[in-house]
Ligand binder design. Structure first.
Ligand code: BGC
Length: 776
């Protein structure tokens, strides 16, 4: 398209912006709230600060509990007294928080309060399902509520700052951290990011309220695109792909007013994120207008040396100049910024800028008014583990379950007869609460066995056999336990364990096999090069299959697995992720039909590892693998179909839904005019049930090649048996925009296709044309 015409279209879009969206409108986020006195106050304070005190504000230390890197902070109390510490993480409870804070506000020269942070990722004491499970609910209100409850508990435990949400788009299930995010889709990822920020910071972003916490958006940026799914690995990506496919969730969280950002470990196009000025300053601050502060990830400044950017003092200078305000744990700023200033490697203005942002963060949190934010043992007792929080996590866990298969209505189970409960995860409590467990106590988690007994009642006979270990690799087993895994290793031979399980299964009416991964096999530094069930679990399932009994798989895992055999041979498969404190009860609710599952996967499940990375919003290529399967010269594999096993957005229900053909309010729309897409969905089965109705768009002709489908809206609806509902989505030219080759955000006139369905594959479509606005 000629450049001039394109420029005109960009203008057309800008002039005709409407605020309609395909998702029922969420309240518009308030920007970070500042009071007019903040600048005056900080100017005054900074005038009194020495260089050392300013640098001290940029230093974040770790105390106690778990560490994920090689550096453990020493002499924390003494360092706080010297004014060398801006914040501390990994410690909580009212007593611990008050103790540290009182050193800062009573024993330092300027009495500047500390910032207290922690990895509150999916709950603080009440553990919710892992974020990938939360996303599978497609329920933004419920997700926001999980963050709200986490904020209530964390704030009552003395915390001000949580290292969440993690919004890294992930298309490669080998990467263990896919479990920490919302999956592969930028649109859904953006909505989840906003919901989490609202939940933590409150709807008006007024962080002076003592029951809020400041969120920290991470990991900026593109961490999820680590090559080969290997953690901390390199990312090399075109700007166009970044803007269209990976950056939207970060951008959405910034627009939602997130108070802080964490830089990622990875290299981006040759420059590690933590030293990347384009990323941390040009994009984040100049283009997106971020006003908060930026902290590094764990020891990431020192790691610049291993990235090959020079020794520690140079690394410190590069990071500060790129836009880092706070150095997590590595103490590189503390050691090197003063000498760097003398050598002229950094300027006073660079240091002042970072110090000011840290003080602003503390001011926004109200710490200068009340450094303790009202924490007390009494308040903590009132807030922690309230019964309604337990009910909320059970509800979210049920909603996060995804029914992947259900032949001959194997599920729901009857509350009568006998169940052979088999598998290494059947009795586990520790695994249910997943990784990043904050202050969660796994001993309070309800195991699947406990849940089945409680929900099934006395008429259900449950017998148990372990059947297999989660892994037979002793080295891995020990490593996982060293990280708090609580894995049990049964020393019997695999054959013996399988034999026992088969005997138990033969006596029962139905087999429920709880298989998957341990919590520690996912999360940070938990990449896997094989996506099958680990250890002897598949062999166990094969033996159970031979009994001829109905075989129900309850999967607990943190990533898409390759489940081709399981899909062909199990009668029913329920994906439950790591479901949180109430996991066992929630899964039992689903298995016995007290709750009709409605979750949908937010990452594509491959048939085979070789298909990875696999995602629904791919490009068409010049040789799409459609039509004649004997035509060899197509974008396909010789040994496996190109299609996924379970597509993005997929998930079944105990009932069935019938979709009418989508209808449009017009077949041609002018730039800037909204378009309505309507569809009638009917519950045609025997249960009331919820359905996530999904709307996708394809831009058929563009100045750049465009994805075959892009999610642009969804609605989750409850339909009673036999009920029909006509749903309407509103699309605007805003929803049709994308970043073109020059990185202009444009909607281009031409033909589009709209798809509506219950997942990204099973859809019906209708076309429309977008016309340029009059006069252009
Ligand atoms: C992780 C972050 C986490 C930080 C602090 C790092 O290793 O990448 O996600 O917030 O540690 O614990």
């Amino acid at each position: 398209m000629p450049k001039l015409f394109r420029a005109a279209l960009v203008l057309a879009c800008v002039l005709n912006l409407t605020s309609l969206s395909a998702q029922p409108a969420a309240p518009r986020p308030a920007p970070l709230r500042d009071d007019p006195k903040m600048k005056l106050f900080i100017d005054g304070l900074m005038r009194r600060m020495t260089l050392e005190e300013k640098i001290g504000q940029l230093n974040l230390l770790a105390v106690g509990f778990d560490v994920t890197g090689p550096v453990v902070s020493k002499d924390v109390d003494a360092n706080i007294r010297r004014g060398n510490v801006g914040g501390v993480f990994n410690t909580y409870t009212p007593a611990a928080a008050r103790k540290l804070q009182s050193i800062a506000v009573k024993e330092t020269r300027l009495r500047i309060p500390l910032l207290l942070g922690y990895d509150v990722i999916h709950g603080h004491r009440t553990m919710f399902p892992m974020p990938l499970g939360l996303a599978a609910t497609w329920d933004l209100g419920a997700i926001e509520r999980s963050a709200r409850i986490a904020a209530e508990e964390a704030a009552a435990d003395g915390l001000h700052w949580v290292f969440s949400p993690m919004v890294d788009i992930a298309r490669d299930p080998r990467w263990g951290r896919v479990v920490e995010g919302a999956g592969e889709d930028p649109y859904l990822g953006a909505r989840v990011a906003e919901a989490m920020v609202r939940g933590y910071q409150g709807p008006d972003n007024d962080l002076t309220r003592p029951n809020t916490v400041m969120a920290c958006l991470k990991h900026f940026a593109l961490y999820g695109a680590a090559e080969a799914g290997r953690d901390y690995n390199t990312v090399d990506m075109s700007r166009q792909r970044m803007y269209n496919e990976y950056l939207p969730p970060y951008h959405a969280a910034i627009d939602a007013g997130v108070g802080s950002v964490m830089s990622s470990f990875n290299d981006i196009n040759g420059l590690p994120a933590t030293a990347n000025k384009w990323l941390l300053t040009d994009l984040l601050r100049r283009q997106w207008g971020f006003q908060g502060f930026l902290a590094t990830d764990y020891n990431a400044v020192n790691e610049l040396t291993d990235h090959g950017l020079g020794e520690a003092s140079q690394a410190a200078a590069l990071a500060l100049q790129a836009g880092v305000d706070m150095d997590m744990v590595g103490e590189a700023f503390l050691k090197h910024l003063a000498p760097n200033l003398q050598k002229g490697l950094v300027s006073q203005a660079d240091i002042d800028k970072a110090c000011r942002r840290m003080l602003e963060g503390k001011y926004r949190l109200g710490l200068f008014q009340d450094p303790y934010r009202g924490v007390s043992d009494k308040r903590a007792r009132q807030v922690m583990g309230r019964p309604e929080y337990s009910a909320a996590t059970r509800d979210l866990a049920r909603r996060s379950c995804v029914l992947l298969k259900n032949e001959r209505q194997t599920l729901p189970l009857k509350k009568a007869g006998s169940i052979a409960l088999i598998g290494p995860l059947a009795q586990s409590q520790r695994d249910l609460i997943g990784s990043w467990t904050a202050a969660g106590d796994w001993k309070q988690a309800v195991s699947l066995e406990q849940g089945l007994r409680a929900v099934g009642g006395p008429a259900v006979k449950i017998t148990y056999a372990r059947g297999a270990n989660l892994t037979d690799d002793r080295r891995l087993h020990d490593q996982l336990n060293a990280g708090g895994g609580q894995l049990m290793f049964d020393a019997r031979s695999a054959e013996e364990m399988i034999r026992e399980a088969v005997q138990v299964a033969q006596q029962a009416d139905v087999i429920v096999a709880a298989v998957g991964e341990s919590a520690g096999m996912t999360g940070e530094a938990a990449s896997r090069a094989d996506l099958g069930l680990p250890g002897q679990q598949l062999e166990l399932l094969k033996a159970l299959k031979r009994t001829g009994k109905p075989l129900v798989l309850v999967l607990m895992n943190g990533r898409p697995l390759t489940l081709s055999w399981e899909d062909q041979n199990a009668d029913a498969i329920l994906e439950t992720w790591f479901a949180g404190t109430q996991g066992g009860n929630a899964i039992a609710d689903v298995l016995f039909g007290a709750y009709n599952p409605a979750g949908k996967i937010t990452m594509t499940f491959p048939r085979a590892l070789g298909q990875v990375p696999i995602y629904y919003n791919h490009k068409n290529t010049g040789r799409p693998a459609l039509g004649d399967p004997n035509d060899k010269y197509k974008s396909s594999y010789l040994d496996v179909p190109s299609s996924p096993l379970y597509p993005f957005g997929y998930g079944l229900s105990y009932t069935s839904f019938e979709y009418g053909k989508p209808e449009l309010s017009a077949s041609t729309v002018k730039m800037g005019q909204p378009l309505e897409v309507s569809v009638t969905v009917r519950n045609t089965g025997n249960y009331d049930g919820e359905e996530v109705v999904q709307l996708y768009v394809r831009d058929l002709v563009g100045s750049s090649s465009r994805p075959v489908r892009e999610l642009k809206g969804f609605q989750k609806v409850l339909l009673k048996q036999g009920e029909s509902r006509r749903l309407t989505f509103r699309l605007t030219s805003d929803d049709l925009r994308f970043y073109n080759e020059e990185l202009q955000f444009v909607a281009e006139p031409g033909a589009f296709e709209v798809f509506v369905g219950g997942n990204s594959r099973d859809v019906q479509s209708v076309g429309f044309t977008l016309e340029a606005a009059p006069g252009l």
